[in-house]
Structure formats: structure tokens, C-alpha cells
Write a protein that binds this ligand. Structure first.
Ligand SMILES: Nc1ncnc2c1ncn2[C@@H]1O[C@H](COP(=O)(O)OP(=O)(O)OP(=O)(O)O)[C@@H](O)[C@H]1O
Length: 567
């Protein structure tokens, strides 16, 4: 059995079946196995899915089922006569066992005489007597005749079989050509299948890529949707803010209009205020003038007398102060009496009476506040630009320091002296003036400036206030100074304190608190919020009662003058 060398194993059975029905090739005729030029060794059987696939060409003839066409593949066993021990010699074997060409089993030839099949004739012949030779010859002739007829039948059958064989050979050729074409077709189909598979793989790869791209695009779509949602929210928020801003803008425009109206009102009010301020200024100037006229009328130089109470040790030595009398109806008088005893003590004379008159007399019970009530108007005059000098004069131990500074150490606020009270009054008055639009600033040092508070709101004039303080005992003795230093010059009105510039440039001024604590050399100064209303009188050189006032500055000179004598 020869096989197609390029035929796939799955197709071997088919070729085997075709081979089995092929008759023996006559000798001399070259037999060529059917070739499948397009078959490849790796060709696989045609898958049913392909033949039944929708894409299969409809005109491709399907190979007939071999088993259907050739149900009995195995060769039929040779016919044997059941009555004969071996095959009859001239009985042809069946050639085909195809359903389309069912085998035609010839009638079994009659058994030769003597065999089991010829038992009937033999029986007939046996019925003949052995001596009936003629009868036996007739029987033989009849048998011969039957054999001839049988031979003729067989000849006809042979011819029919030959024709059938030729027909089958033609069919076989057709089938082989058909098979070749089918093989070629199958090969082409397999190539197409391979191409389709390749395309299918490519398509699957593309599908996978597209699916991945789809996933990516879906994710991108989700992200874009989220961004879109966020943008929408932001837009809504921005829209809300814009609406709010529009509303605010409208409100602002309304407020602007109101502000414009208010500005116009403010301008009118300002002009009115300016008029009122001008009026107030005029009134203030008038008040100042009247105030100082009153002060002048009361006296440019006023002398107050204060009698301090007895000290504890003095109470032990004397019984009260019967020699001092303070008329209750007259606060300006002080009466001093003393008995006018004769030198011998025999005569009884009337008391000697000394009447003193001052601008104000303060009895021992007078408080610091009562005293300051009298001098604070002078402080107001200093704020108005008038030179003011306040000093205490008296015997040692008469209470000058107590009056001007207060007790030492410091006691209750109500026991403060005149200096801290004046300073406080000055600063308070300066603040009140500033609240009214007046500018209060320290004046230029070392040069003269116009006296008085002539500055007004909006003007640039610089009022100056200097508070010159000399502490107890120092005014008479003078400040401590170097031995080689110059002696203080006698001051004239209008002269600046000698050495003031020099002193200010030489060393910083001692600064005290608002209470006016004693500084080095007995000179004190007051500083508050950078405004120096302090002392520059270190070398003021006031001696005795000769006081100099530096014109051009509003000066308050507070101090006391000690005398070495007791009254
Ligand atoms: N009004 C008063 N009320 C109570 N005590 C007073 C009063 N005035 C003075 N004193 C007391 O009298 C004493 C002497 O007062 P002070 O030192 O002020 O006198 P002085 O005139 O300054 O003396 P000196 O000239 O020696 O400096 C002090 O103890 C003081 O406390």
C-alpha cells in the first residue's frame, strides 16, 4: 500500500479506502499514487468547524463518507462451498463490495461429479443402473449443457463486471481528480485558515489592545467626568462668588454714593467746624486774655503765706500758737500778737499786734490741694505763654520743701507738693489743648521763640514751655559746681540762663518722674512722652530774690528760697 507522501495522517484512512477499491493494475501500466501537491506534511485534517463555519465557501464539495460509501472495508472472505473441502477452481472472487456496487455473488458452480454438490445428479445417475451408459451420457450431456449455460451466464457477468470495473475506474479517476482538486482546495483553505487564524490572532491582539485602550479611555473618561464635575462645582462656586461680588459691588456703589453724600456733608461740616474752630479760637484767645487780665489785676506778683502746723517736738515746748491769729472773715490777713511786757515785768501792757496782709493766708490746717488751687491759675497762664515763677521763701524748717515737693518720703497722693501738681497740670492742660487742635511741642533750644501758645491746629508755630525748678536750699546756696567753674552771673530779665546751653551740651539732664524726685546737684527735670519740659537751671544762679526769667519761653520757676534767719 502506497500513501501520499504529503498526506496528513488524518487523511491516510481515506486514501487507504480508495486504494482498497482499486483493481489490480495491469502489468506494464505505471501506477502513480494520487498526489496532493498542495498538501504539506504538517497539514492537519480539515476541522469540522471550518467546513461548517459560516465563512466556508458553499460550493466546496464535501468528501463522501468513506464508511458510508464503503461500509465493508475488510475484504470478504473467499467463497467456499460448504460441501467442498476447497474452493472450486474457476469461481471468480467478488471484486467490489461497495454499496453503490453491491457484490454479485455468482451462483456456485455445480459440483463436479463425485463431489458432494453432484450428489443429486449422482443420485439420479446412481439411479441409473451402471449399465445404462447412454443414460449416463445424457446426464453428462445435460450437465455439460448446464455448465455451458452457466459459463455463458458467467461470461455475461464477467462482461458486466468488466464494464462495471471500467465504470468504477472512470469514477475512480474522477474521484482522484476530484480528490486532487479537493486537496488543492483544502490546502488553499488551510492556507486561508492559517491566514484567517493569523488575522484572527492579529484581530484578537487588536481587540486586546482596543480593550486596553477602551479601559484607558474609560478611566480617562471617568477622570474627565470627575474633572468636569469639579469644574462645574468650581464654576458654580465662582458664579456664586461673582453674584456675591456683584451684590457687594452694588452695595459698594450704594455705599459710595452714600459716602459721596457723606463727603459733601463732611465738607460742609468741615467748613462749619472750621468756622466754629475759628470762633472757638477767638473765644479761647479772649478767654486767655481775660484770664491773664484777671491774673494781672490780681497782681503779677502774689505772695501767699502758709503756716505749717507744730511739729511733735514743738508741741512739747509750746502750747499751741496763741500768737498767730487767722481772721475767719479775711483770708488775706495774718495777725501776730505778743505780750508787751515791761522790762521789769511790773506793768501790764496791751498785747502788741502785727497785722500782715498777703494775697492769701493759709492756716496750719490748709491742705496742699487748697494751696494748689491758688497757683494752678498761674500754671494756666504759663500754658497760655506767660512767664510764671513760683517759689517758696521762708525760714529753715518752715515747710518750704513740704509745700513745694511734698513730704519725704512720699506719702499719699493728696500730700503731693506744688511742683508735681504743677507738672501734672501742665501735661493735662497740654493734652486738653492738643485735643482742641492745638499743637504742643517742645520749642527749639538755644534760640528765642515767641512766648505763648500761639500755635493752632494746622499751623506750624512751636510753643515752648520750660519748667525751671530749684529745690530747697539750693536757690540761696546755689548749685554745686566745680571749684574752677565760673561763678553764676547775675541774670537780667530776658537773658537766657547762663551756662544752660553749655550744660545741656556737656551732660544729659537729670530726669525725674512725674513726682519730681531730687536729682544730682539738686536740679530736677520732668520728662513725659518725649516732651521735655525739664529743668535747665543747673547754673541758673538764682541768688536771693533776684530771679531771672528767660523771655521767649513760658517759664514756671518753682522753688524755695531759704533764709538763715528765723522770724
Ligand atoms: N504743712 C505741714 N504739715 C505738716 N508738716 C509740715 C508741714 N510743713 C512742714 N512740715 C514739716 O516740717 C518739717 C520741716 O519742713 P521742711 O523741711 O519742709 O522745712 P524747710 O523750710 O524746707 O527747711 P529747710 O529750709 O531747712 O530746708 C518737716 O519735717 C516737715 O515734714
Amino acid at each position: 500500500m502506497s500513501l501520499c507522501p504529503q498526506m496528513a495522517p488524518g487523511r491516510q484512512h481515506q486514501c487507504q479506502l480508495l486504494k482498497s477499491v482499486r483493481p489490480e493494475t495491469p502489468p506494464g501500466v505505471p501506477r502513480t499514487p494520487p498526489q496532493c501537491p498542495q498538501d504539506s506534511p504538517s497539514m492537519s485534517p480539515v476541522p469540522k468547524s471550518i467546513s461548517g463555519a459560516p465563512g466556508s465557501p458553499p460550493d466546496v464539495p464535501r468528501l463522501p463518507s468513506d464508511t458510508a460509501k464503503f461500509p465493508s472495508v475488510s475484504p470478504r472472505p473467499p467463497f467456499t462451498c460448504p460441501q467442498c473441502p476447497q474452493d472450486p477452481p474457476n469461481v471468480p472472487k467478488p471484486l467490489l463490495m461497495s454499496p453503490c456496487c453491491p457484490p454479485r455473488v455468482p451462483n456456485p458452480p455445480p459440483c463436479p461429479p463425485g463431489s458432494a454438490t453432484s450428489t443429486a445428479g449422482a443420485k439420479g445417475a446412481s439411479k441409473r443402473p451402471p449399465w445404462d451408459l447412454r443414460g449416463q451420457v445424457r446426464d453428462l450431456q445435460e450437465a455439460l449443457e448446464q455448465g455451458r449455460e452457466r459459463l455463458q451466464v458467467l461470461e455475461r457477468e464477467k462482461q458486466e463486471q468488466s464494464q462495471r470495473l471500467q465504470q468504477l475506474q472512470r469514477e475512480l479517476g474522477e474521484r482522484e481528480s476530484q480528490e486532487s482538486s479537493l486537496c488543492a482546495r483544502v490546502s488553499s483553505l488551510e492556507v486561508e485558515v492559517a491566514q484567517v487564524r493569523e488575522k484572527l490572532e492579529q484581530s484578537q491582539n487588536k481587540v486586546k489592545a482596543l480593550e486596553a485602550e477602551e479601559q484607558r479611555l474609560k478611566a480617562e473618561e471617568q477622570r474627565l467626568k470627575a474633572e468636569e464635575e469639579q469644574r462645574r462645582q468650581e464654576r458654580d462656586e465662582a458664579w456664586g462668588r461673582a453674584q456675591a461680588l456683584l451684590q457687594q459691588l452694588e452695595n459698594a456703589e450704594e455705599q459710595l454714593q452714600e459716602l459721596q453724600a457723606l463727603r459733601e456733608l463732611e465738607a460742609s461740616q468741615r467748613s462749619l467746624l472750621a468756622q466754629r474752630e475759628e470762633h472757638i479760637h477767638l473765644l479761647e484767645m479772649e478767654r486767655r486774655r481775660l484770664h491773664n487780665d484777671i491774673q494781672e489785676l490780681r497782681g503779677n506778683i502774689r505772695v501767699f503765706c502758709r503756716v505749717r502746723p507744730l511739729l511733735p517736738e514743738e508741741r512739747e515746748r509750746q502750747r499751741g500758737m496763741p500768737h498767730l491769729h487767722f481772721p475767719s472773715q479775711d483770708t488775706r490777713s495774718l495777725v501776730l500778737t505778743r505780750p508787751d511786757d515791761s522790762q521789769l515785768g511790773r506793768e501790764r501792757r496791751a498785747e502788741l499786734r502785727y497785722d500782715f496782709s498777703f494775697d492769701r493766708v493759709f492756716p496750719p490746717a490748709a491742705s496742699q490741694e487748697e494751696i494748689f488751687q491758688e497757683i494752678q491759675l498761674l500754671v494756666q497762664s504759663a500754658l497760655d505763654g506767660y512767664p510764671v515763677c513760683i517759689f517758696a521763701y521762708g525760714q529753715t524748717g518752715s515747710g518750704k520743701t513740704f509745700t513745694m515737693e511734698g513730704p519725704s518720703p512720699a506719702g499719699a497722693p493728696e500730700s503731693r507738693g506744688m511742683i508735681p501738681r504743677a507738672v501734672r497740670h501742665l501735661f493735662r492742660g497740654a493734652r486738653d489743648l492738643a485735643a482742641k487742635g492745638w499743637q504742643v511741642a517742645p520749642g527749639p533750644r538755644g534760640r528765642r521763640a515767641r512766648a505763648g501758645w500761639e500755635g493752632r491746629a494746622g499751623t506750624a508755630t512751636a510753643p515752648s514751655v520750660r519748667l525751671l525748678c530749684q529745690l530747697p536750699g539750693d536757690l540761696q546756696r546755689g548749685p554745686a559746681r566745680p571749684a574752677a567753674g565760673p561763678r553764676p552771673a547775675r541774670l537780667r530779665a530776658g537773658d537766657p540762663p547762663p551756662g544752660a546751653r553749655q550744660r545741656r551740651a556737656a551732660r544729659p539732664q537729670p530726669h525725674l518722674g512725674a513726682r519730681g524726685e531730687r536729682g544730682a546737684g539738686g536740679h530736677v527735670g520732668f520728662r513725659n512722652s518725649g516732651e521735655n519740659l525739664g529743668i535747665s537751671g543747673g547754673n541758673l544762679g538764682i541768688s536771693g530774690v533776684n530771679l531771672g526769667v528767660w523771655e521767649g519761653f513760658a517759664v514756671i520757676l518753682c522753688g524755695n528760697l531759704g533764709v538763715s534767719e528765723r522770724l
